[in-house]
Ligand binder design. Structure first.
Ligand SMILES: Cc1cc2nc3c(=O)[nH]c(=O)nc-3n(C[C@H](O)[C@H](O)[C@H](O)COP(=O)(O)OP(=O)(O)OC[C@H]3O[C@@H](n4cnc5c(N)ncnc54)[C@H](O)[C@@H]3O)c2cc1C
Length: 400
């Protein structure tokens, strides 16, 4: 078996398993906080970072998932990039094993391998978020042509990121209005007790009003079971008639052998991102057992883990615990809305929906380091779709 033996100047080695939001935020934070003290290597089975929030604009032709070259992003942070996934961890020997069988040592490991998406509601059209097979785009086309009378948008569980369901429904309503189609009914069926309830009571009430203004019907407290013979079975509740049902996927943690996880593959961590029951192993993002799967939350967890790792490496930083704050930009088909709140909900003062962001960070994924970094590279707005842009966008970072 190949073993990595090269001398990296005696610096503590940090292995980051994952080139998504959490992995990149951690890489940027470590670069800022510990700079030259650490030898950082980013591992990912994909060569690109996918900026997924704009996937909800693709079927409407107003935007698309952005792609960034991971090797170039790592280079900008003085880190190295390994195009391969981590499949196993030996915590005693502090080594990771890659998919190609090679092993590499670490002093600190951050698992940021994200969640895998699984089909959840039989009979429905799944909105995968990336590599969409065109199923939902076809529904938009048929809605515009007046061929569908009732379309249901749903999500399999409350844990996950509920925005896409609301964004697809609101954008579809705007599409119907602009096409002058009348008589079509759009319905959101959600297991939540109130719309986007994780943002708190005030924001949720504002979302409820927005849906009503746009003519989107809302059924709360209902789990979608299956779509068959023109009916969506729900539990509890009566079946709902529909011509088409669009569902987001169910999420499971991407398991890595040797890293503790629960029955759904999610990793339990403490407030500083340490994986419970391990040493020198951290985790952040969708792969953790924290119930909200969101880019902003992934970035906050990555910052907490990076601060702890940097402090262990001798950097002058006081590690702060992860205290989740939710911020989201909701695409509505015209003016976006900005929601903030804490995942515990309630009437807290920070629960609000506004027409302008109450925070400075650019884009739909709010990360202390990642958002300004990507905005500076892309030189485009990472949040608001651009209806004028028809050509696919691939971001080549060049040399600079
Ligand atoms: C349609 C859609 C819209 C969304 N909208 C928003 C939004 O508006 N705002 C927001 O904040 N969030 C949004 N999200 C959620 C957000 O994209 C995720 O929460 C976020 O990407 C999670 O980051 P992550 O780093 O944990 O996982 P990911 O970003 O999924 O990254 C996981 C990485 O790990 C890599 N990997 C997989 N297996 C391995 C392995 N074995 N070893 C090493 N690497 C591995 C993957 O290739 C990938 O690079 C949206 C998601 C979707 C699907």
């Amino acid at each position: 078996m190949e073993r990595e033996t090269e001398d990296r100047g005696g610096k503590p080695r940090v292995v980051i398993a994952g080139g998504g939001v959490a992995g990149l935020e951690a890489m940027l934070a470590l670069h800022d906080l510990a700079g030259e003290r650490l030898d950082v290597r980013l591992h990912s089975p994909r060569a690109e970072f996918l900026y997924r929030p704009l996937a909800v604009t693709e079927p409407f032709g107003t935007g698309e998932v952005l792609r960034f070259d991971l090797g170039q992003l790592a280079e900008r942070c003085g880190a190295s990039f390994q195009l391969d996934g981590v499949v196993a961890v030996d915590g005693d020997a502090r080594r990771v094993r890659r998919r190609d069988g090679a092993e590499a040592p670490y002093d600190h490991l951050l698992v940021a391998s994200g969640a895998k998406a699984l089909r959840a509601v039989p009979g429905s059209t799944v909105f995968w978020g990336v590599s969409d097979d065109g199923g939902f785009a076809e529904i938009v086309r048929r809605l515009r042509a007046g061929e569908l009378h009732r379309v249901v948008f749903t999500m399999p569980s409350r844990s996950g990121w509920p925005f896409p369901v609301y964004e697809l429904a609101l954008q579809s309503a705007a599409e119907l209005a602009s096409a002058g189609v009348e008589g079509s009914m759009l319905t959101i069926v959600t297991p939540e007790e109130a719309p986007l309830q994780l943002f708190g009571v005030r924001a949720s009430e504002q979302v409820r009003r927005l849906l009503a203004e746009r003519g989107v019907e809302l059924v709360t407290g209902a789990h979608p079971v299956k779509f068959e013979d023109g009916e969506l079975e729900t539990a509890p509740g009566d079946p709902i008639e529909a011509d088409a049902v669009v569902s987001t996927p169910r999420l499971e943690g991407r398991r890595i052998e040797g890293v503790p996880h629960d029955a759904e593959g999610f990793i339990p961590i403490d407030d500083h991102g340490r994986v419970l029951g391990t040493e020198h192993v951290f985790a952040a993002g969708d792969v953790t057992a924290f119930p909200v799967k969101q880019g902003g939350i992934a970035a906050q967890q990555a910052d907490a883990a990076a601060e702890t790792i940097a402090s262990l490496a001798g950097a002058e930083v006081e590690p702060r615990p992860f205290e989740p704050v939710l911020r989201g930009e909701l695409l509505t088909g015209d003016e976006p809305r900005f929601l903030s709140g804490t995942p515990t909900g309630g009437h807290g003062d920070d629960s609000a929906m506004t027409r302008h962001a109450l925070w400075a960070s650019p884009g739909k994924i709010v990360g202390r380091y990642l958002a300004p970094f990507l905005a500076s590279i892309a030189e485009i707005d990472l949040g608001v779709p651009d209806p004028g842009r028809a050509e696919p966008l691939r971001l080549d970072l060049g040399d600079g």
